[in-house]
Design a protein around this ligand. Structure first.
Ligand SMILES: Nc1nc2c(ncn2[C@@H]2O[C@H](COP(=O)(O)OP(=O)(O)OP(=O)(O)O)[C@@H](O)[C@H]2O)c(=O)[nH]1
Ligand SMILES: [Mg+2]
Length: 248
């Protein structure tokens, strides 16, 4: 049941040069959602892939109108997710990495927590109950150091800000992504910072995580850029950037 009326869930997949991963991912995600009693849509946001990702998704959307392609100029993951979140129609909006490091069946738990009244539910690889598979230990260590730096510099209260699986209600997606300024990988911190600032109910939920090779994040340089972005978030706040009244 995916073609009539307003979706209960929009699954937003940012995709940059994902031609090899996007087909198995769409197969899994669409296969999972097709069994559900609720309406849904999948939005793939491609911002300038050069490997034919957009063409593949376009083909899918011809045979399945609930799969949509959004195209944008290249600006980074953060801006792609923003585009998807703000163009979505769902009552719940779920961002989902194209590598499906969390099996899509985990979506059920997110929706169950949203039903309990949370505004934002974020997947976590660090809190009790999370299970990580196949991750090189240097990568895990880098993640822990980064999360520690995040807590020191910008944002307390979360063990894992960077997980690529997060669910927001329609209202919180609009409220937070409207205010987003970070185009790259640091956007998660800004969104969570804003969620705290606006007093939203956020749950950090343990997930199963299977490390996938050929990731897009370059651990060294991207960590530095994200640290710069989180300092910028603090500076934006001081300057009142986040105090703008919401648009209608
Ligand atoms: N549209 C768009 N998507 C991007 C961009 N950079 C990364 N992504 C997407 O963001 C998601 C996350 O990238 P991954 O390759 O999973 O990152 P990773 O290196 O595995 O990082 P972890 O999952 O945290 O271990 C994927 O769906 C990418 O295609 C970008 O510039 N534009
Ligand atoms: Mg990944």
């Amino acid at each position: 049941m995916s073609d009539l009326g307003r979706p209960y869930i929009s699954v937003i997949i940012p995709a940059f040069n994902e031609a090899t991963r996007i087909v198995p991912t769409l197969r899994e995600v669409v296969g999972f959602l097709q069994e559900k009693p609720y309406r849904w849509e999948v939005i793939v946001v491609d911002d300038g892939s050069t490997d034919g990702t957009a063409r593949i998704v376009d083909e899918w959307s011809k045979s399945n109108p609930a799969v949509k392609l959004e195209r944008a100029p290249h600006r980074g993951k953060g801006w792609a997710v923003r585009r998807g979140m703000l163009s979505a129609a769902g009552a719940n909006r779920f961002m989902c990495d194209a590598d499906l490091a969390m099996p899509i069946s985990g979506l059920d738990q997110f929706l169950a927590q949203m039903k309990r009244g949370y505004d934002v539910v974020i997947g976590s690889r660090e809190i009790e109950g999370a299970r990580r598979f196949d991750e090189p230990s240097y990568r895990h260590l880098m993640g822990r150091v980064f999360n520690w730096a995040t807590r020191v510099c910008a944002l307390r209260g979360f063990q894992d800000t960077q997980c690529g699986f997060k669910c927001l209600s329609e209202q919180s997606a609009k409220q937070l992504f409207e205010l987003q300024t970070t185009p790259g990988f640091g956007f998660d911190i800004e969104i969570l910072y804003l969620a705290q600032k606006k007093g939203l109910r956020v749950l950090e939920m343990p997930i199963d995580w299977r490390h996938q090779p050929q990731g897009k994040v370059r651990p060294g340089i991207d960590s530095v850029l994200m640290l710069r972005d989180m300092i910028r978030v603090r500076w934006n706040d001081v300057r009142g950037v986040y105090d703008r009244p919401p648009r209608d």
